[in-house]
Write a protein that binds this ligand. Structure first.
Ligand code: HEM
Length: 456
């Protein structure tokens, strides 16, 4: 189950399909071979210097590539114990970050929460984030704003009844609107300008997630970083959406203790880390529901019992929607969507763990309703189930993520029936990145479910 990204990256890189990558790989292998020979000769010819301090115990690595070729492919078989070692026993070591070049470029040199190393600036930013923005009190206070955005999404869908809807885009626009309203206390740009801005933001964020998960040869071979072989350092040019957000922030109360740098970094984490993950999960969950009609029927049945057809979904309903919550957990367990940045490990596909999961290929939310399923929460204490990471660097946005996931998913299901377009095939392949997205967007057609049209 738990897989090291390093091993995954290595094999993907090795299987490079395009001509440019193949040429690049050949050049690189030749260069590594030449440097290895040079290194060998150098070590045997040059006069010996003073004896260096002994290295920590471990196998001997090769020059430049170190232990990379020996990592093997079966690390995931040790996954829960390996995860425990990384995020619990050696937490303070792995709480540090060694950001890849792309992350450094995107985060102004690793100045955000997710990529900054374990130390006072990270502690301060994380505290501000969790205490000021995501405390129970502020989440309760911002509920009305979230609700309005979800209501707006329902109205938009109602105007598209019978037409194809890109479900991921719908979820993205809604969650970005909700997050921005939470951040800015209600005021947002309206109209076309806003629609354009959100579309740009989505494509930048998606690109960023792919780049963050992509192997950069300079990360594997730091000596090559100065040549910027994959030109990542230039990809940030012309990106000005953060500037727009900072302009919006100018009118905020200056009494806050958050500096402009911190505001910038935190906003980036929320936009890129928060909305993309949430949206991706909502889209995957809906895709699974489209795949399993019997599960979908059970969700509708629960919504009918808990919410009924004369009301809209409210946050107080959410703890009672246990089956829907189990569906989301099962979707996470089936294939987790987000990587943990601690040593770049992530919980991959459950099919890799036949020993840990009973019938891993079966989509069965009921497994999260059993008496012994209590430990499968999002806190990261059960090393078999880490969709939000674990330890000190566990996702800082869990309370908001949980609310948004449930509220939006429940509302869109409660208000509409969804079906695939005529002749449409449900595509479930994924696209690699630090967030594992659907390769093809999920296109579905809504029809109204509620009799009381005033609820739309
Ligand atoms: C479905 C939704 C989400 C998933 C699956 C998810 C998953 C993750 C994961 C796996 C990590 C890395 C943990 C590690 O390195 O061990 C993380 C970190 C983080 N997430 Fe989330 N996340 C989600 C939503 C959110 C939201 C809504 C926010 C903000 C409002 C957020 C903010 C953060 C931040 C700031 C970090 C960095 C924490 C640190 O390094 O101290 N996430 N998330």
């Amino acid at each position: 189950m738990l897989n090291t990204v390093v091993a995954g990256l290595w094999s993907r890189w090795w299987d490079a399909s395009n001509e440019r990558e193949k040429l690049f790989r050949t050049v690189l292998i030749t260069a590594v071979a030449m440097i290895t020979i040079f290194w060998f000769l150098w070590n045997n010819i040059k006069p010996k210097k003073a004896v260096a301090a002994p290295s920590p115990p471990g196998p001997r690595g090769l020059p430049l590539v170190g232990y990379l070729p020996f990592l093997g492919y079966d690390l995931h078989k040790h996954s829960p114990s390996l995860a425990k070692e990384i995020v619990r026993d050696k937490d303070t070591i792995f709480a540090n970050r060694d950001p890849p070049i792309s992350a450094l470029v995107f985060t102004y040199g690793g100045n955000d929460i997710a990529w900054s190393s374990y130390g006072p600036p990270w502690t301060k930013m994380r505290k501000i984030f969790v205490r000021e923005m995501l405390s129970n009190a502020s989440l309760d206070a911002s509920y009305e704003l979230r609700k309005q955005e979800v209501k707006k999404a329902i109205r938009d869908v109602y105007n598209k009844i019978g037409s194809p809807v890109d479900f991921g885009e719908l979820a993205y626009v809604t969650s970005i609107n909700a997050v921005l309203r939470i951040l800015l206390g209600g005021g947002t740009i309206q109209g076309e300008k806003w629609t354009d801005f959100v579309a740009q933001l989505r494509s930048h964020a998606a690109e960023m997630m792919v780049l963050l998960g992509k192997p950069n040869v300079s990360d594997l071979f730091p000596v090559l970083a100065r040549f910027d072989l994959q030109e990542k350092a230039h990809m940030d040019e012309g990106k000005d959406f953060l500037q727009i957000l900072l302009d919006l922030n100018k009118h905020e109360d200056p009494a806050t203790s958050i500096t402009i740098e911190q505001v910038k970094a935190i906003i980036l984490d929320i936009f890129v880390g928060g909305t993309d993950t949430t949206t991706t999960m909502i889209e995957w969950t809906m895709a699974r529901l489209m795949q399993h009609q019997e599960v979908r029927q059970k969700v509708y049945q629960e919504l009918q019992e808990v919410v009924g057809s004369n009301s809209v979904v409210e946050e107080f309903h959410l703890p009672k929607l246990r089956y829907l919550s189990a569906v989301i957990k099962e979707t996470f367990a089936f294939a987790s969507c987000a990587a943990s940045l601690s040593a770049l490990v992530f919980q991959g596909n459950r099919a890799w763990d036949p020993d840990l999961w009973d019938n891993p290929l079966e989509f069965r939310p009921e497994r999260f309703l059993n008496a012994d399923s209590g430990s499968f929460d999002y806190s990261g204490n059960n090393f078999q189930y880490l969709p939000f990471g674990s330890g000190r660097r566990v996702c800082a946005g869990i309370p908001l993520a949980e609310k948004m996931l449930m509220l939006l998913q429940a509302s869109l299901l409660h208000s509409f029936e969804w079906k695939l377009p005529a002749g449409g095939v449900l595509e479930l392949s994924d696209r690699y990145g630090i967030v594992i997205k659907k390769m093809e967007p999920l296109i579905v057609i809504p029809s109204p479910r509620l009799c009381n049209l005033e609820l739309y």
